[in-house]
Write a protein that binds this ligand. Structure first.
Ligand SMILES: Cc1cc2nc3c(=O)[nH]c(=O)nc-3n(C[C@H](O)[C@H](O)[C@H](O)COP(=O)(O)OP(=O)(O)OC[C@H]3O[C@@H](n4cnc5c(N)ncnc54)[C@H](O)[C@@H]3O)c2cc1C
Length: 385
């Protein structure tokens, strides 16, 4: 049977940063990454610029072509089927014995669960293959519908409004970025969308996706309206990828549960990035971050721990997007169920999320120049700030 000292499931930012740090600490230990995309590390943060031709495909790659070979890392692209007692079974049936394993298999896009979702022209917009499909479909698509009112939709709208296409936005909530940004900022952002010609369907959902020739032609909403759509982009959240652990005793919830050392409930086993559900400093809860910086940082720390360190990871998810030139920043888990306090100063809109009387996260719409102060206040008593 094949053997490797370190086995890493997933070649996104979490898996690659872990592999890089392991190699720097253990120059000769064998490292195998198993992925299912067959790509070297690329930026998902620029995919929306790639689909409109603003960023060429080569600029998406964050590693040079020879990076894996130069770091003596083997990349297998057949995906993981299952794992039992120190042995991983690949989809091809091959078995590989490992000493230490990192789960960094990220997250998949949540599906709508509707018939017609597999028609040509319907995309999750989760990886480079999706982005290539969108890019080639944009040449002929005129009516584009986007489902979901979060940060991925923000990217998509920001990229697509300048293309002259008709853009429909379907929101389940009563506002764009509902709940996550200051209420006044939500109305302000919505006006920006309307001014850019986006047609918004609020408090609505897609109930049917249809097309007669194998390609999407229209969608139907719960309200009964039908919208001509030759492209449907779905961005309604993520689901951590850990199906291959179905038969394992490793503890899981929304993600693979880890402690502050990113260790799972089993020895010699770590998880990092979007697949893990991790503790938050100062709070008695665990979250799935779904965040690039968190993936990089947690991957690095997991790699250090796999190579023999004992480091804690308290990295916070941070995302900053831009909508028609207006910055939107999330600091910490803004989805946390918590009390909210809105504030506004010099055309900058803040929403603070407070839990157990401590600041747990914040969003800023407008200049992000005070973000460092706000980030450092997370976890502290809110009333003293
Ligand atoms: C369009 C888009 C825009 C984004 N913008 C931002 C942003 O602005 N800011 C931000 O912070 N975050 C952003 N994100 C989120 C960010 O990209 C993710 O949080 C980050 O990529 C997570 O890294 P990861 O390494 O945990 O997982 P991933 O990057 O998802 O990588 C996981 C890898 O594991 C592989 N895999 C999955 N299952 C298996 C299996 N069974 N066997 C083998 N391999 C498997 C996958 O193919 C994938 O290559 C964005 C995401 C998208 C899609």
């Amino acid at each position: 049977m094949e053997k490797t000292k370190y086995l890493i499931v997933g070649n996104g930012p979490a898996g690659s940063s872990a592999a890089e740090v392991i190699r720097s600490r253990d120059p000769s230990g064998s490292i195998m990454i198993v992925d299912r995309e067959g790509e070297r590390l690329y930026s998902k943060l620029l995919l929306h610029k790639f689909i409109i031709g603003e960023v060429p495909e080569q600029r998406l790659y964050l590693h040079k072509e020879n990076w894996l070979r130069d770091h003596k890392i083997i990349l297998e692209t057949d995906g993981i089927d299952s794992i039992t007692a120190g042995v991983v079974k690949l989809k091809s049936g091959r078995e590989v014995k490992f000493e230490k394993i990192l789960f960094s298999s990220g997250a998949a896009a949540r599906k709508l669960g509707l018939e017609g979702e597999d028609l040509e022209g319907v995309y999750d917009f989760r990886n480079l293959a999706d982005a290539r499909g969108v890019e080639s479909g944009l040449g002929t698509a005129q009516n584009i519908s986007i489902v979901g009112g979060g940060l991925i939709s923000t990217d998509l709208i920001d990229a697509l409004v300048g293309t002259g296409k008709k853009i429909n936005l379907i929101l389940r909530d009563k506002e764009f970025l509902w709940g996550k940004v200051n209420e006044k900022a939500g109305r302000y952002l919505e006006q920006i969308l309307l001014d850019a010609g986006v047609i918004i369907f609020k408090e609505n959902e897609v109930s049917k996706v249809s097309g007669n020739t194998g390609k999407i032609e229209k969608i139907k909403l719960l309200s009964g309206e039908e919208i001509a759509s030759d492209m449907l982009l779905i961005a309604v959240g993520i689901v951590s990828n850990f199906d291959y652990l179905a038969g394992s005793q490793i503890e899981k919830n929304k993600g693979i549960l880890v402690d502050e050392y990113l260790q799972t409930s089993e020895d010699w086993t770590w998880a990092a990035g979007d697949v893990c559900e991790h503790p938050v400093q100062g709070f008695n809860e665990k979250i799935v971050s779904g965040n690039w910086l968190y993936a990089l940082e947690s991957g690095k720390i997991a790699g250090e721990n796999m190579a023999g360190e004992h480091k804690q990871c308290w990295s916070l998810p941070v995302s900053v997007k831009s909508l028609r030139g207006v910055s939107i920043g999330y600091y910490g888990d803004v989805l946390a169920e918590s009390e909210t306090v809105d504030a506004e100063k010099e055309d900058v809109f803040y929403r603070f999320f407070v839990k157990d009387s401590k600041l747990c996260s914040a969003s800023i719409v407008g200049s992000q120049k005070n973000s460092a102060v706000i980030r450092s206040a997370i976890g502290k008593e809110f009333s003293t700030l």
